[in-house]
Design a binder for this molecule. Structure first.
Ligand SMILES: Cc1cc2nc3c(=O)[nH]c(=O)nc-3n(C[C@H](O)[C@H](O)[C@H](O)COP(=O)(O)O)c2cc1C
Length: 266
């Protein structure tokens, strides 16, 4: 199969998923890459249509061992027609449970043909300088791995004449899925006097939970605890209050300090 164009769809509040899927696309080296960043709410209002003449790469972070539930509507609305597809999950060095299987099953129902799947490690959303977990990942080795995976995808596409020739890619996981789809509803963000009300936090929030006129106001009912607002604050004015999320950050740092490596299935 000769595919000139790649559609790269990703949800990436703190940027690690984006970095991984871009690394994979780099290895595939197509003539054109269309970035479909579904991190912001407005972008998830545009449904994705794709054909068998292009390669689709879908990347999502793992939340509680699952595909983030807020993406279900957009993912399930993908209109594909035998589109060769690469499924990628990025997790914070704890576990990815059944998330890769879940993503693969979702896109298959939409008419995609998964030809390769992978799980990569990204710095944990709850990681910070005091209690780091998978800090700085994906790092150079991870991105080299992603590029090499992209080259393998390129070779696989060259070796088959159509997706119907491909056998089902097997990934770890079981159905019914484990993990949890309901996220914590928790007031965990502290805003210091260094906040200049620049509005960056509201801009980067993937669920519109922060008042653009007043950065001190976060709607805890909407917040998905992704920490994009903390990690993107130019003044470093946002941090975790003591409580559930901060405790989780300490726990992750203690229990998941041993480096895990990326895995791919092709
Ligand atoms: C609500 C929430 C739940 C998470 N659950 C898991 C998990 O079950 N396993 C894991 O290893 N990492 C988990 N993470 C960490 C993210 O999967 C990881 O940091 C990922 O790299 C974030 O992607 P992003 O940089 O594209 O936002 C979770 C993060 C959040 C915010």
């Amino acid at each position: 199969m000769k595919l000139e164009s790649v559609k790269l769809a990703y949800f990436s509040p703190t940027g690690t998923t984006k970095a991984v899927v871009q690394g994979i696309a780099h290895g595939i080296n197509p003539s054109t890459v269309e970035l479909i960043d579904i991190t912001r709410p407005a972008a998830r209002k545009q449904p994705l249509q794709t054909s068998e003449n292009e390669l689709l790469i879908v990347g999502v972070p793992v939340y509680m061992g699952r595909v983030p539930a807020l993406l279900n509507e957009w993912l399930n609305a993908i209109q594909a027609h035998n589109t060769p597809t690469v499924c990628v999950v990025v997790y914070g060095n704890r576990v990815y449970d059944d998330a890769l299987l879940e993503l693969k099953n979702i896109v298959t129902k939409c008419g995609c043909i998964p030809i390769a799947c992978a799980a990569y490690i990204g710095e944990h959303s709850f990681s910070n300088s005091e209690t780091p977990t998978a800090q700085g990942r994906p790092d150079k080795d991870d991105l080299n791995h992603a590029e090499a995976f992209g080259q393998k995808i390129h070779e696989k596409l060259q070796s088959i004449s159509s997706t119907s020739q491909d056998s089902d890619v097997q990934v770890p996981g079981t159905y019914p899925y484990g993990g949890v789809t309901e996220l914590w509803t928790v007031d965990f963000i502290a805003v210091s006097d260094d906040c200049s009300q620049c509005g960056t936090c509201a801009e980067v929030c993937p669920v519109g939970a922060i008042d653009p006129e007043n950065s001190n106001l976060t709607d805890t009912g909407k917040c998905i605890t992704c920490c994009a607002c903390i990690k993107n604050c130019p003044q470093n004015a946002r941090s975790m209050k003591p409580g559930l999320v901060k405790d989780a950050s300490v726990r992750l740092h203690t229990l998941y300090s041993q480096r895990k490596e990326p895995e791919f299935f092709i």
